[in-house]
Design a protein around this ligand. Structure first.
Ligand code: 6GU
Length: 288
């Protein structure tokens, strides 16, 4: 996968050289480049922002440096396609608008981190992990001139994305989070792919609690079932702990949970937590 990040603080992205993502880059699984937006300005002061039309607090990012930067990263893509023998005449791959494996009509995806974006979830991470190029446009200040997003739609699938309902000063921290969430799903990045199967949000529930040695620590014992060697019992206990945790911390997730095919023991576990199954959905009992 190819990822381009455009920012006025390229140093902010330095952690992407570390750990799992850094290793994936060294191993050639991920080609990640960070670009300084100011390199695409033409004035002496390398200006990237200006006052908002209509008035109000803060500054808005000027459109032209963004158009220059995004044109350059899109052109880099065309060069790579040519180098790979995928230009005109080499089948569908070079035909504008020909759908690729990810079904995004061959355009790279332009992700614009913003608290005003659609919510970035584990499902989004899986979807984006199928793309061959992602471009992240990190806004600062009050945001990027809206016309950039309209203009960019000719060259990119544009997706404004939010991490959650709180405000960051700019997109850089959000990009660190999104690139890590997406990058760890790429083939070969996580050493043991089985560790991706049973983790929070993989099945719409929070993860069960985990324990390691010693079995008794500061008067606290590991739940006996985990030492029993009974794999059926262990699996059931873990599932029920997922239900208990999710009901306590994230009851909003249970409204989306498909409870249609739950075995009786699981329905009983939910009943004990105050939830009934109605038409395949979990419904909180009014008296619970
Ligand atoms: Cl993606 N960007 C910014 N600036 N703030 C955020 C966010 C993104 N997600 C939540 N808050």
């Amino acid at each position: 996968m190819r990822i381009d990040v455009v920012s006025i603080f390229p140093e902010y992205l330095a952690p992407l050289e570390l750990s799992l993502i850094g290793k994936a880059r060294q191993d050639g699984l991920l080609d990640l480049r960070v670009h300084d937006l100011r390199e695409f300005t033409t004035d002496r002061h390398r200006t990237v922002d200006d006052t908002p039309y209509g008035g109000g607090a803060g500054m808005v990012m000027k459109p032209e440096p963004w158009a220059q930067a995004l044109t350059a990263v899109a052109a880099g893509r065309a060069e790579r396609a040519e180098a790979a023998g995928q230009s005109e005449g080499a089948g569908d791959a070079g035909v504008p608008g020909a759908p690729d494996a990810a079904g995004s009509a061959g355009k790279p995806v332009l992700i614009v981190p913003s608290p005003a974006g659609e919510r970035f979830t584990q499902a989004t991470a899986h979807e984006l992990a199928e793309e061959d190029q992602l471009v992240f446009a990190c806004g600062r200040y009050e945001g990027i001139d809206e016309r950039v997003l309209e203009w960019a739609a000719d060259h990119f699938t544009v997706r404004p994305m939010s991490l959650g309902d709180y405000v960051l000063n700019g997109g850089e921290v959000a990009v660190l989070a999104m690139v890590e969430a997406i990058g760890r799903l790429l083939p070969g990045v996580v050493g043991n792919p089985e560790s991706l199967v049973e983790e929070s949000h993989s099945d719409g529930l929070l993860e069960y609690p985990v324990y390691t040695k010693p079995s008794s620590w500061r008067e606290r014992d590991v739940p006996a079932v985990l030492l029993s060697g009974n794999h059926g019992k262990i699996a059931q206990w873990r599932r029920h702990e997922q239900y208990r945790r999710t009901a306590e911390r994230r009851p909003d997730l249970l409204a989306e949970f498909d409870a249609g095919k739950l075995p009786r023991a699981d329905r009983t576990a939910f009943a004990d937590l105050g939830y009934d199954v109605v038409d395949g959905h979990l419904v909180r009992r009014p008296d619970a």
